[in-house]
Design a protein around this ligand. Structure first.
Ligand code: GDP
Length: 433
């Protein structure tokens, strides 16, 4: 579902509005600041459309201005939102705190709905006019207390709410986890499938109408069923003809997208090819978990083996994070290594690092390894958050642009610390001031 963050300083009525939207009476949460607290989110609905409502806590102005922790908390929530509801108290008018929030929201570049709260009856509506000066577009007058105006405001929200969230994660379906077995022709996909599926294959097809072929197979490996996607494409030898390459590539892409994890088969009897590298890149770009399976290990002699290790170092260094299994589809050697690798990669792919743990890590690493000084400036990482999983994506808030080398360093340490074996991760930076 699309994610809507609700922000505003304390006492503007955020909790009241949240309760109204949720159709409840009780108070939701107190405004409790702190980066270490994870945001509270609620399933909400309006006009038949579902969305997730994220509470951000209030912004407390102290002697130094906005309390840094509370501001951080709100920024973190906004980073993970598709749309922001900015709530102001129309009866009080614009305060310095509201203006500080507006500056933060501008930097975030998220679409905003300006909610003018505490307009309990019609004759108070003129109060709203002054809110245009915030430069956040049309203010929607509402009364959180009585519910007045909320439907119109939510209609406006739905209009700018994206169909698919920027933070949408591949659907968590019940049933077996989905695996794509991919690789260039003749690497041994069909041999491996036959070896591991044995007689136990169950052909399923829940894509009726899209093709006459059976599409997926449920294969029991270890004590669990796994769903291998598009096994028809693996089992039926595709005749090479003009354009076959294009269709093979399209089919691989579709299989990856339907799967959660890709097993990429490589043939160790031949040099790693451009096509292998391209297929691996497809899996990375689709953000799927990954296992690299080096097949035909039975053919390997010492010379070829040495060459292979050098090819891997040269061509596959960028996927050194993917688990590697050496197998022989022909003899069945090491076929039992596949499942632990799949499970490890999926676990990394699914994982979500609590904001508190992430920031404890960032605090330590920034203290021990500060960014080098550049032109008299030393950008700092202030805090960060994981905005989604499957695969894990992070946003780090900084005081300036970080060197590519330092970014890589942080990304590498993030991988090691939280064990992201087998999943691509994305780390993006947001400069704060
Ligand atoms: P696909 O096109 O990826 O499905 O590849 P196939 O499974 O059809 O295998 C292509 C060729 O490689 C066949 O002749 C297989 O017998 C052979 N092959 C597959 N796996 C192995 C293996 O582990 N060792 C050896 N020696 N040959 C293999």
């Amino acid at each position: 579902d699309p994610v809507v963050a609700i922000v505003g300083r304390p006492n503007v009525g955020k909790s009241t509005i949240i309760n109204r939207i949720l159709g409840r009476r009780e108070a939701v949460v107190e405004d409790k600041p702190g980066v270490t607290r994870d945001r509270v989110s609620y399933k909400a609905e309006h006009s038949g459309k579902d969305f997730t409502l994220v509470d951000t806590g209030g912004w407390e102005a102290d002697a130094k201005g906005i309390d840094a922790q509370v501001a951080a908390q709100a920024e973190i929530a906004v980073a993970g939102a598709d749309v922001v509801l900015l709530v102001v108290d129309a009866m009080v008018g614009i305060t310095a705190t509201d203006e500080a929030i507006v500056r933060m929201l501008r930097r975030s570049e998220k679409p905003i709905i300006l909610v003018a709260n505490k307009i309990d009856d019609l004759h108070q509506e003129p109060e709203v006019a002054s809110l245009w000066s915030l430069g956040m577009g049309e203010p929607y007058p509402v009364s959180g207390l009585h519910g007045r105006g909320l439907a119109d405001m939510l209609d406006a929200l739905l209009e700018i709410l994206p169909e698919h969230s920027q933070f949408a994660e591949p659907e968590v379906r019940g049933g077996p986890r989905r695996v794509a077995l991919i690789g260039r022709p003749n690497v041994g996909k069909s041999s491996l499938l036959n070896k591991i599926a044995g007689e136990e294959r169950a052909v399923v097809n829940d894509l009726a109408g899209t093709t006459r072929d059976p599409v997926d197979e449920i294969v029991h490996l270890g004590d669990k069923p796994w769903r291998f996607v598009d096994t028809a494409g693996i089992r039926r030898r595709v005749h090479m003809s003009k354009g076959a390459d294009f269709y093979a590539s399209l089919r691989t892409q579709t299989a990856i997208e339907r799967a959660e994890v890709a097993v990429i088969l490589l043939d160790v009897s031949e040099p790693i090819s451009e096509q292998d590298v391209r297929i691996i890149q497809m899996a990375i770009d689709s953000g799927r978990a990954m296992v690299l399976a080096y097949n035909k290990w039975d053919t390997l002699d010492e010379d070829r083996r040495e060459l292979l290790e050098r090819e891997i170092d040269r061509d596959l260094a960028h996927v050194a994070w993917a688990p590697r299994v050496n197998i022989s589809a022909k003899t069945g050697w090491h076929k039992d290594k596949l499942v632990p690798a799949l499970e490890h990669s999926l676990q990394s792919w699914d994982s979500r690092i609590p904001t508190g743990r992430l920031n404890a890590f960032l605090g330590e690493i920034v203290a021990a390894h500060p960014h080098p000084v550049r032109g008299g400036k030393q950008p700092r990482i202030l805090f960060g958050t994981q905005v989604s999983s499957r695969p894990p994506k992070f946003v780090l808030f900084t005081t300036g642009f970080l060197d590519p080398g330092y970014r890589r360093f942080i990304t590498r340490r993030l991988r090691e610390t939280f064990d992201f074996t087998g999943t691509p991760i994305e780390v993006s930076m947001r400069v704060r001031e």
